[in-house]
Design a protein around this ligand. Structure first.
Ligand code: RIB
Length: 321
């Protein structure tokens, strides 16, 4: 990927939140109060994060989502526009406030996230259907599970019908998942999500591959299990059998892992919209995810194309930090 010029058209259908993040000495246990943290307020939401990631990496991006009729919603829309993202598909509801996430990050960069979805759960099927032009425009369509499942299923089916590559980041895994697997070209669970989706305890590469194969048998094209510091493992193949491909992570100093998965998905969408091979796309996405771990917050942490290309070149030369 390094050096490729990209002008892929990525459509993201998903969530947008305001994130209140406390960097604390450690994560609280049930019923415990942990003091001594510092607060960061910024924009998040898996959908908006993935849209920002793809735009910073050089794609043309449009976002379809729903915010509240409040200051947060207006600020989110303006911020997405400032990132060069098409926001005509951002609807506004008076029935709920803009989505909010409460995040705690510990000294090792691990997080706990609780979300009040608010307006994200008011993203109506009629609204998504009204964005037909966006589906016709897109090379890649990217969804997550923070909006109503019927909108996710419809978006994936419509994108597939229009000839776009479809990517589903199944985060967070929810009850009542409809049968949408056959519309998914690339499914990108992390270890916990792969485990919840399959019942297979994902503890190592072997069990990650077993979960990936199980999800492929449901009709998904390629399953990419993200494994944190162990990189990513892809289960793919056509006709003549299964192929497993592993891309190691880039070693970085981890500050905050929030939105690392979103950086991975946004970058993957950019790479898949181009001509890159799957292994190059995985390296590119791993580099974006690694860089997102080196900075605090969700959208403030998402890297630029120059940063990702720089890390890939450093990794090729073997002079990593
Ligand atoms: O993936 C990180 C995101 O999850 C945060 O930005 C938060 O808003 C939640 O949606």
């Amino acid at each position: 990927m390094s050096g490729d010029v990209t002008a892929q058209r990525v459509l993201v259908v998903g969530s947008a939140n305001v994130d209140f993040t406390v960097a604390a000495p450690r994560l609280p246990a049930v019923g415990e109060t942990v003091s001594g943290g510092t607060l960061l307020v910024n924009h998040g939401g898996k959908g908006a994060n993935q849209a920002v990631a793809a735009s910073r990496l050089g794609a043309e991006v449009r976002f379809v989502g729903c915010v509240g009729d409040d200051d947060s919603g207006r600020e989110i829309r303006a911020a997405l526009e400032a990132e060069r993202i098409g926001v005509d598909g951002v609807g506004v509801t008076r029935e709920a406030a803009t989505g909010t996430a409460l995040i705690v990050v510990d000294g090792e960069g691990r997080n706990q996230i609780a979300v009040a979805p608010g307006a994200n759960w008011r993203l109506a099927l009629e609204h998504v259907r009204s964005r037909a032009d966006d589906f016709a425009w897109a090379h890649v369509a990217l969804c997550q599970l923070e909006t109503p499942l019927e909108t996710v299923a419809w978006a994936l089916e419509e994108a597939r019908r229009r000839g776009a590559v479809t990517v589903l980041n199944p985060a967070p895994v929810r009850e009542g998942l409809v049968d949408l697997w056959r519309f998914v070209d690339y499914l990108t669970p992390n270890e916990g999500e792969a485990e919840r989706l399959t019942g297979i305890a994902v503890r190592d590469l072997r069990s990650a591959a077993a979960a990936g194969h199980a999800l492929r048998r449901r009709g998904v094209g390629t399953v990419i299990v993200t494994l944190g510091a162990a990189g990513a493992l892809a289960c793919t193949g056509e006709g003549d059998g299964e192929r497993v491909m592993r891309a190691p992570a880039h070693a970085v100093t981890v500050v905050d892992t929030t939105a690392a998965g979103d950086a991975f998905n946004g970058a993957l969408a950019v790479a898949l919209g181009g001509t890159s091979r799957l292994e190059d796309a995985l390296r590119f996405a791993n580099a974006a995810a690694a860089l997102a771990c080196t900075r605090r917050g969700a959208q403030p942490s998402l890297p630029t194309r120059a940063e990702v290309d720089g890390l890939l070149r450093a990794s090729e030369r073997g002079d990593l930090p």
